[in-house]
Design a protein around this ligand. Structure first.
Ligand SMILES: Cc1cc2nc3c(=O)[nH]c(=O)nc-3n(C[C@H](O)[C@H](O)[C@H](O)COP(=O)(O)OP(=O)(O)OC[C@H]3O[C@@H](n4cnc5c(N)ncnc54)[C@H](O)[C@@H]3O)c2cc1C
Length: 329
């Protein structure tokens, strides 16, 4: 597909076009697309964490809007559903992303501030957040149940792995409750003495819930979801991303969601070296695979002869295991 914009009105139906332009002089009649499955969700709070939510406030477009933009056509089109699906899958495979920007989603969110701090890094959305300068801070903080305290991961400095002992979890949750109570009391005491809200708030915990309107186009939403549904993202923001993906996007633009899972979320990317090593393994040439990894410095050993930890090597090992192949070292 060419990157050049085309004017179908001037050129007649394009290769991808499916409808003749309206007769000359006749007003073009456009119907606003609506998605009954998403309309049924409008305004409903989809719960996340202990007291958070995602609410769809409004949306623009549907799967057909993407197809329409990609075909630079008029009207909803008459192609069969499977042809629209095929075009959307083509766009997703080839990262032809601007047609996705024709769809927009507006959400109302309730999110703990630590999670929001990660969320707000996604600069390509329009945001309006609840102001704790103007209004009293929301009297709710995210609480962690005794069984939900996670241990620091050993292999990933930014991640967690496993859970703390249940008895300890009970004590940690009690300490959390006491801390939240005290923080709120201190805050409200400051307000009662007339301290400005903008200053009184400074010791509120990061677990305090905030609310925001968040409007984003589908291209940037998928980028957000790809990063925040990923296993490397923090559990709490993953919970929100999963709800937005599975409950909202899957209903709103089912063909896009299917293609996104197939070509982004569940696809495996291979670097040049990974592809060469994998090729050697698949051809039954383990010596060649080892030589390639060795040349790249992936096979360093300790004085006891054990392979030293190497992040890129272990990432390839995980990809090989996923394909049912043993690492050749
Ligand atoms: C697992 C994980 C760990 C992270 N760890 C850290 C961390 O330790 N410290 C930290 O500070 N951040 C961290 N981040 C945040 C990360 O670096 C990004 O800021 C965040 O994911 C937003 O991504 P983005 O910039 O691609 O998204 P958006 O802001 O939505 O931008 C989307 C795309 O638009 C383009 N774009 C937007 N703004 C610009 C610009 N000014 N210039 C050029 N191109 C632009 C880029 O192509 C970008 O990918 C982490 C994110 C993840 C997912």
């Amino acid at each position: 597909m060419s990157d050049q914009p085309t004017s179908q009105a001037a050129q007649g139906p394009t290769e991808l076009g499916d409808e003749a332009p309206a007769p000359q002089g006749a007003p073009e009649r456009l119907l606003r697309p609506s998605v009954p499955a998403l309309d049924a969700l409008l305004g409903r709070a989809l719960p996340v964490l202990d007291d958070g939510f995602v609410r769809v406030v409004d949306y623009m477009g549907d799967d057909g809007s993407i197809v329409q933009a990609a075909r630079v056509s008029y009207g909803a089109g008459t192609k069969q559903v499977h042809e629209d699906r095929g075009l959307i899958r083509y766009l997703m495979r080839h990262r032809h992303t601007t047609p996705l920007e024709m769809c927009e989603l507006k959400l109302h969110l309730r999110v703990p501030m630590d999670c929001w701090r990660q969320w707000i890094r996604h600069r390509t959305a329009s945001v309006n957040e609840y102001s704790t300068r103007y209004s009293v801070a929301i009297d709710a903080a995210q609480r962690t149940a005794p069984g939900e305290w996670r241990l620091q991961a050993k292999s990933n400095r930014q991640g967690s792995a496993g859970a703390v002992d249940p008895g300890l979890g009970e004590r940690l949750s009690q300490a959390e409750a006491a801390l939240l109570r005290q923080a709120r009391e201190v805050y409200e005491e400051r307000l009662s003495h007339g301290v400005a809200r903008e200053q009184a708030r400074k010791d509120l915990p990061l677990s305090t819930y905030t609310e925001a309107y968040w409007k984003v186009d589908l291209h940037n939403l998928l980028h957000f979801l790809a990063l925040r549904m990923d296993a490397h993202a923090q559990q709490e923001i993953r919970d929100y991303a999963r709800v937005i993906g599975e409950e909202v996007v899957a209903r709103w633009v089912p063909h896009v969601w299917e293609a996104f899972l197939d070509y982004r979320v569940e696809a495996t990317a291979l670097s040049r070296l990974e592809r060469l090593i994998l090729g050697a393994v698949a051809r039954g040439e383990p010596e060649r695979a080892r030589a390639l990894a060795d040349e790249a410095g992936w096979l360093g050993r300790t004085s006891a002869g054990k392979l030293k930890a190497h992040r890129e090597r272990s990432e390839l090992e995980a990809k090989l295991a996923d394909l049912g192949l043993a690492a050749p070292w």
